[in-house]
Design a protein around this ligand. Structure first.
Ligand code: XIL
Length: 376
């Protein structure tokens, strides 16, 4: 038998292996490992973007956002004081840019937030009667949701309407309109964009008393035939609290209402919490001290490891309940720009996210990604 008859098939096999290597590495280049690809069969992975990130001021941050995330939330630019600063003036420029960025990258765009007692425009605080509050609130919700109809896919319609004991927080809206403002806000949002998902969003939603309040709120909407699609548990958590058990109980309890559960503002605090403060009330502020800012020059390995373990544990839990969880959004992109450097004490050095100040993935990132590798 001529030698060529023996070698040719062998060459064929070698060639097909070579070309399959090329194809695989091509795919790998087109789809480098990332949070969004690793978790694409489970839930959306989102990030809150600040103004410079929306405007893509830093090309490294911009590339990282496009690579890692398939959902975005505006950290501040859709809040009342920014988007509706005067009675008759809306400032849509940054919000438009944010929505365009999301559309260009095929991301699930989240609107944050329509009705919230914080970061209001000063003129709203001057409203003193029920009718004009109703009218301004309706105008606010309808204009903004209407403008982004079919682009923003989910809205935090009401943010932080509850006290820690589960009762309704006293706010301008509650005082002037009564608790009906909750129903109205959801109704106006649904009318302006029937296809958008509508959420109630809050912090400390793993606290049992507050959880009961959130459950009652959702039931009240449902009993009145008002559309609500999901509950956003903000997820401003610590290394040890809330416990995995409390988080799990809350996921189960909210999901039992027939709504989607989302972790909407995830970050893990690693530095001292003044007076064991719970929650994320943006109006609370405390004095700083070296004791309160223990790692200005870098996070010690021991804490880095604890943070990685905490992230692994909570993502393991999220995966266990992936049928109930629609999205996990980080409140920021990297440690350097996180609000946790300035809240509740200004000017500290915190390390709450998966990417460090140089945009490098931290141990915690690898542990979160590692959970998916084991899966494959
Ligand atoms: C925070 C932003 O991250 C800060 O930049 C801003 O100064 C204050 O608000 N709960 C929420 C978010 O719903 O809107 C808050 O965001 C954090 C707590």
């Amino acid at each position: 038998m001529p030698l060529s008859r023996l070698y040719l098939p062998l060459l064929g096999v070698l060639f097909s292996c070579y070309s399959c290597t090329i194809t695989n590495s091509d795919t790998a280049l087109a789809n480098p490992p990332s949070l969004k690809t690793a978790y694409q069969g489970n839930f959306h992975i989102g990030a809150a973007l600040n103004r410079p990130q929306i405007y893509e001021a830093d090309s490294v941050a911009a590339a990282l956002i496009r690579k890692e995330f398939n959902s975005i939330t505006a950290e501040n630019m859709m809040k009342w004081m920014h988007i509706h600063p005067g009675v008759d003036s809306f400032q849509f420029e940054a919000a438009d840019k944010f929505v365009t960025l999301g559309e260009e990258n095929d991301m699930f765009i989240v609107g944050h937030t329509l009705v919230w007692h914080s970061q209001l425009a000063p003129w709203v605080q001057e409203i003193t009667d029920r009718d004009s509050m109703l009218q301004h609130l309706q105008n606010h919700v309808s204009k903004i949701v209407g403008r982004y109809k079919d682009s923003v896919r989910g809205w935090d319609v009401v943010n932080e309407a509850l006290n820690e004991d589960g009762s309704l927080r006293s706010s301008l809206f509650l005082e002037l309109i009564g608790d009906e403002y909750l129903l109205k806000a959801f109704e106006w949002a649904a009318a302006a964009d029937p296809a958008a998902e509508l959420y109630y969003n809050d912090y400390s939603l793993c606290n049992p008393a507050k959880r009961e309040g959130a459950i009652a709120l959702v039931k009240r909407l449902q009993a009145n035939g008002v559309k609500i699609d999901g509950i956003g548990m903000q997820g401003h958590w610590g290394l040890d609290s809330p416990s995995l058990e409390e988080i799990e109980n809350s996921i189960l309890a909210y999901s039992a209402l027939g709504v989607k559960v989302m972790i909407t503002e995830l970050d893990i605090n690693v530095i001292p919490n003044p007076w064991d403060l719970e929650g994320a009330d943006v109006n609370q502020n405390f004095e700083g001290s070296p004791f309160m800012d223990p790692y200005p020059a870098g996070l010690p390995d021991s804490v880095q490891i604890q943070l990685a373990q905490r992230y692994e544990d909570i993502f393991k839990l999220f995966l266990k309940h992936e049928d109930k969880i629609a999205r996990v959004t980080f409140w920021g992109v990297n440690d350097g720009q996180s609000w946790k450097n300035d809240w509740p004490i200004k000017g500290r050095t915190n390390y709450p996210l998966l990417f460090d100040r140089a945009f490098q993935p931290k141990k915690a990132y690898h542990r979160v990604m590692g959970l998916k590798k084991l899966d494959e």
